[in-house]
Design a protein around this ligand. Sequence first.
Ligand SMILES: Cc1cc2nc3c(=O)[nH]c(=O)nc-3n(C[C@H](O)[C@H](O)[C@H](O)COP(=O)(O)OP(=O)(O)OC[C@H]3O[C@@H](n4cnc5c(N)ncnc54)[C@H](O)[C@@H]3O)c2cc1C
Length: 414
Amino acid sequence: MRELATELAIVGAGPAGLAAAEIALRHGMPVCLIDDNPAPGGQIWRGGQAGAAMAGHPKLRLLTATRVVAAPAPNCLLLESADGASQLSYHRLLLANGARERLLPFPGWTLPGVTGAGGLQALVKSGLDVRGKKVIIAGSGPLLLATALSLKAAGAQVIQLAEQASLASVSRFALHLWHWPGKLTQALMLGWQLQQVPYAMNTHVRAALGNDRLQAVRLRRGDEEIELACDWLAVGYGLLPNLELARALGCKTHHGVVEVDHVMRTSRRDVFAAGELTGIGGVDKAQLEGRIAGLLIIGEYDRAVALAKRRRRWLRFAAALEQHFSLQPAIAQLASADTVVCRCEDVRFGRLAKCGSWREAKLHTRCGMGPCQGRLCGAACETLFGWQNAGSRPPVFPARLDTLAGNPSTAEVT
Ligand SMILES: Cc1cc2nc3c(=O)[nH]c(=O)nc-3n(C[C@H](O)[C@H](O)[C@H](O)COP(=O)(O)OP(=O)(O)OC[C@H]3O[C@@H](n4cnc5c(N)ncnc54)[C@H](O)[C@@H]3O)c2cc1C
């Protein structure tokens, strides 16, 4: 196994990780930046020119298409890529590994043609041709609008945007946006660019209909149900921080986010966290937190504290997002007995409803024990049944046997 060493390891080359890396490199600190995507940029920029200014910096080791799969020993990460496995030892670690979409089951959600909202956006950014296709985008939160815009720009016909939150709630959120002028401008531009797209509040997907592929969607809008024919349905209920690695490292989490102090220190010495991991608040919060962490890591405590004052504003934005786009109870009651909840192990809602806890469900049905290790169904079960899935076992991502075999401490627990 390849042995690597660095002063600062950063997991995640999104806005948070890149902001921290830039500060550390400018200071002359060796940085190893790891991301499982083929290019830096994270979920929002997905490659493009992100990180271009740093490319080729002599102190930067950029490991793209590389995944951190475990933390087998103190100050050590186990990495996997197509070229093989490596062990990276570090002095300091910044976790900036972002968030994923919350997907919740409803009848028909596993049909081909049904994706996550950000998922369809990502497919389009990777080249999926949606020209002329009829698309419905549903779920909750501002990501639906960003997805609609990307799809429209790619030539799709977005025939319905369905937001589960009430009109009153979304209006209150919009009325508060003047506290964050950049977000207000962005919202006004989105509203202008999407003015032809029907945007319904208090509306959610009841079922995706079709035999071998999606043909139509049944929507519940207030008290009425409507059916619309379409080619694609993209549904996402906001974002959830990727906590597995932080938990594997022993960092404290609370209410679904990594606990950090005002300068982004976690409960573990020499481990810092920034971006969506500390609360879903968007790109500005992620960049600011990355900068704060970067400054602290290079020893600029006073500058980090000064910058941390600006963070409060973005924490209020994160709280407003959470409050105004919180899920209505009906969203947790969409699955029927034969709706698949755990896609990896094909476990249906009816079997899970007989269990009393996440642990019992795992033992009796194998829910959450497939390749995704509960990444999707764990969050779904938390919403559907209120089960907590706080545990995390190495490897945090599915890994090849040769990666694990070269690392006895991981192999033992797998
Ligand atoms: C699917 C999706 C689509 C989005 N689309 C938009 C949009 O259009 N507009 C918008 O304003 N916001 C969008 N967002 C939100 C936006 O991406 C975030 O606000 C912002 O990118 C947060 O930055 P970050 O640095 O915290 O995390 P991210 O940008 O998510 O970066 C984290 C990076 O870490 C990598 N990573 C995670 N785990 C590992 C691991 N174990 N090993 C190696 N690498 C790892 C990820 O692949 C990712 O590249 C989207 C989010 C998602 C999940």
